[in-house]
Design a protein around this ligand. Structure first.
Ligand code: KG4
Ligand code: ZN
Length: 354
């Protein structure tokens, strides 16, 4: 009988330290045994954004206690680990080095191989951890803080880029607009929460590249439009933008969210039409957005398209998606783990080079 493989995954590319253990059982979908996460949000909040050096130092503090927690919860010991996976990139160089360094040290100490994972592939495959996992092939809408891409996915490591943002990512559009409105970091969830009380039709904001005829996105102009609108309102009120009445800020937030969501939904539908596929997978932090989910669900139901999401708590960065991506790559035979512990992280790493 083939032994089950225990894959430890370590995520440290930005402001969350995540560790998880996934088990590969033959050809079945790998199973998540346990995962643990520490978010640095509160620490960075005081600075209005991620401070890379603080992020690296905090990853150092958290990664081993989280690993111990995962082993305890999964009732496994260090020596049960067969492969140590880590996020190799893209991300903050210093933060990536912490995860890579710990993974390689663990691997060397246990005489077990290591495997560097692409962070976006982790997001892309994270819906396979959900109770309703997708089947290949599908169209993937990858919407994180730094990336917005539409991809055709035919299998593990069989990715074709259909379109991507030519400037800001959708998450960045949320974050930057939120900052302009005086909301706390991280802006995406804060803007989404405020938008719940607002009128999405209150302000007419641009839908960039909506009719461009291709599957590319552009969100940089949107934040400028939000800024112009906010300044106009503030001038009329004789106040600062942040001091505008909360109903006005909520209307602005709702209108901003509506512009981003409409573009994401329309382009996703166009990608489904272009590929002829009937399955959509949404991944990355913005995939947690309620309005995006509602509108995609409605649009996909009307076209008999199945839509899959990661579990809400696995939309943003976590170790489970890194362990899962490593497990699925090993299982598919597209990458083997290595006993070369000389790690080199890739802060910039285009996914089409996978
Ligand atoms: O995937 P992720 O955790 O990190 C990256 O790999 O970038 O994505 C983080 C992004 C941030 O821009 C954050 O504001 C956004 O996801 N985000 C949201 C929501 N939750 C997280 N944006 C809109 N609505 C949300 N509920
Ligand atoms: Zn991410």
């Amino acid at each position: 009988m083939v032994k089950n493989l225990q894959v430890l995954g370590i995520e440290s590319s930005c402001d969350e330290t995540g560790v998880a253990l996934v088990e590969v059982r033959g050809t079945a979908l790998p199973v998540l045994l346990a995962h643990a996460l520490h978010s640095q949000i509160v620490m960075h909040q005081a600075y209005g954004g991620v401070v890379p050096e603080l992020a690296s130092r905090d990853h150092i503090r958290r990664v081993l206690p989280l690993t111990e927690q995962v082993l305890l919860e999964s009732k496994r010991s260090l020596t049960d680990i067969d492969v140590v996976a880590f996020t190799r990139g893209p991300g903050l160089a210093g933060a990536l080095l912490v995860g890579a360094g710990v993974a390689c040290a663990l691997g060397a100490a246990l005489a077990k191989p290591v495997l560097g994972v692409h962070h976006l592939e982790g997001h892309l495959l994270s819906p396979f951890l959900s109770v309703d996992p997708p089947e290949f092939p599908f169209v993937a809408l990858l919407v994180s803080g730094g990336h917005t891409q539409l991809m055709r996915v035919d299998g593990v490591s069989r990715y074709t880029l259909l379109g991507e943002t030519i400037d800001d990512a959708a998450g960045e559009a949320f974050d930057k607009s939120a900052k302009l409105l005086g909301l706390v970091y991280p802006g995406g969830p804060a803007l989404a929460q405020l938008a719940e009380q607002g009128n999405a039709q209150a302000f007419k904001l641009p839908r960039p590249l909506l009719h461009s005829g291709n599957l590319d996105f552009s969100f940089a102009g949107l934040k400028t439009a939000v800024l112009v609108q906010a300044k106009k309102l503030a001038l009329a009120q004789g106040s600062a933008v942040e001091a505008l009445p909360v109903e006005v800020l909520a209307d602005l937030a709702a209108s901003t969210q509506a512009a981003i969501v409409e573009v994401l939904v329309k382009k996703s539908l166009a990608a489904l039409t272009q590929t002829g596929l009937r399955r959509l997978v949404v991944a990355g932090g913005v995939g947690a957005n309620r309005s995006l989910r509602q509108q995609l669900n409605a649009a996909c139901a009307a076209r008999q398209v199945r839509v899959h999401y990661p579990e809400l708590h696995l939309c943003t960065d976590n170790g489970a998606m890194i362990a899962m991506a490593a497990a699925m790559r090993l299982q598919a035979g597209v990458q083997s783990a290595s006993t070369v512990y000389a790690f080199d992280v890739k802060p910039r790493w285009p996914m089409d080079l996978l």
